[in-house]
Ligand binder design. Structure first.
Ligand code: SAH
Length: 342
């Protein structure tokens, strides 16, 4: 007999179908999922379900879980969770306090195949994709463990991995997160960040609902290919056309992230080039100071360079945010997630 199904991988319609196959009325599916999305991981605790049915579920089905292997708290209040998956691999999620709410940063893969030169996760190569249930479990596990005074209202797919390289599981997870039978999050509070798997960008907008961030990091193909090998496959023109084809809801904007690397992509001329490149876009630009790890082969831009870069873009009428680095002291900031036990 095959393994019992993990109900965390099911959408409501799929679970209704399974209930029917098992000879139960479809409404049972909704009843079970209500508990699952509350964070209950034990069929016995589903107290409005009859004892006989709870026992049948425990026999025929299963609810996967993650184990918190380590929690680190930053001076700025960010928390990094090293989460052990059931096969022993680990990923990291980062909980970031903001004014009156938390943002949770989620991983989509163990490691990453893209090889961006400035990113720690790339060092590991790709170990494997996460399932949708494992993405969901990051939220459920952190929420169960951390009961702060503020709610987790925002989710960003900016942890380990390239979300679009794990497209079907990502779309399934986004469905579970936004569905009324699921976590019921507003899609406006979800953001998927991509290093630029161009063909999947418009599809993301068609098959799911979330905000789009593109990690641009350079204004020309030569520089970008040097630091992000994916640019050789999908150069800037292809990437930006894909962003234009992303079905952007009214009043929404695409965010372009840009890690500033001293002497590589931080010259005033490059800021002007970036301003030209993004002309006509409803764009927001997020400048990110380089976060160090191990022997990262780059240096952060000096502060006056960052300010000058920012000013040039602002003068060109872009909304520019210089993202403050959170959780650096615990290696929880952008590009620092390795997901390994020490
Ligand atoms: N693979 C996706 C999701 C990860 S988001 C993507 O690349 O968008 C992680 C963000 O951190 C990206 O914008 C990336 O450019 C940035 N980043 C990677 N390494 C970094 C580092 N060392 N310092 C600062 N930002 C970094």
């Amino acid at each position: 007999m095959s393994n019992p199904p993990d109900l965390k991988e099911f959408t409501l319609p799929e679970l209704e179908q399974l209930m029917t196959i098992w000879g139960h009325p479809p409404y049972r599916a909704r009843q079970v999922l209500k508990w699952v999305y509350k964070g209950v991981n034990d069929f016995e605790a589903m107290t409005d379900i009859s004892r006989a049915f709870r026992q049948e579920l425990a026999r025929r089905a299963y609810l996967s879980d993650l184990r918190i292997d380590r929690e680190q708290v930053s001076r700025d209040g960010s928390r990094k969770y090293l989460l052990a998956l059931e096969d022993g691999n680990c990923v990291e999620s980062v909980l970031i306090p903001e004014e009156g709410h938390y943002t949770l940063c989620l991983s989509t893969q163990v490691g990453c195949a893209l090889g961006c030169r400035f990113c720690a996760t790339a060092r590991r190569g790709l170990v494997r994709n996460l399932t949708a249930g494992e993405m969901l479990n990051q939220i459920l596990t952190v929420r169960r463990h951390f009961t702060g005074d503020w709610p987790i209202t925002n989710l960003v797919f900016m942890g380990m991995g390239e979300p679009l390289a794990n497209f079907p599981a990502l779309v399934r997870a986004l469905t579970m997160i936004t569905a009324e039978w699921g976590l019921n999050f507003s899609p406006r509070r979800l953001t998927v960040s991509t290093a630029g798997l161009a063909p999947l960008i418009p599809r993301l907008g068609q098959e799911a609902r979330a905000n789009l961030t593109v990690s641009l990091n350079a204004p020309d193909d030569e520089t970008r290919s040097r630091i992000m090998p994916i640019n050789r496959r999908y150069p800037l023109e292809t990437l930006l056309q894909a962003c234009r084809d992303f079905p952007l809801p009214r009043h929404r904007r695409v965010t372009f992230a840009y890690v500033l690397l001293k002497g590589i992509n931080d010259a005033p001329a490059q800021a002007r080039q970036l301003a030209r490149l993004l002309r006509g876009f409803r764009a927001k630009i997020n400048l990110i100071p380089l976060n160090a790890y191990g022997d990262v082969p780059f240096e952060p831009s000096p502060e006056d360079r960052v300010l000058e870069f920012q000013d040039i873009l602002r003068q060109a009428n872009y909304t520019v945010l210089t993202r403050e680095s959170r959780g650096q002291d615990i290696q929880a900031a952008c590009g620092q997630l390795l997901g390994e036990r020490e």
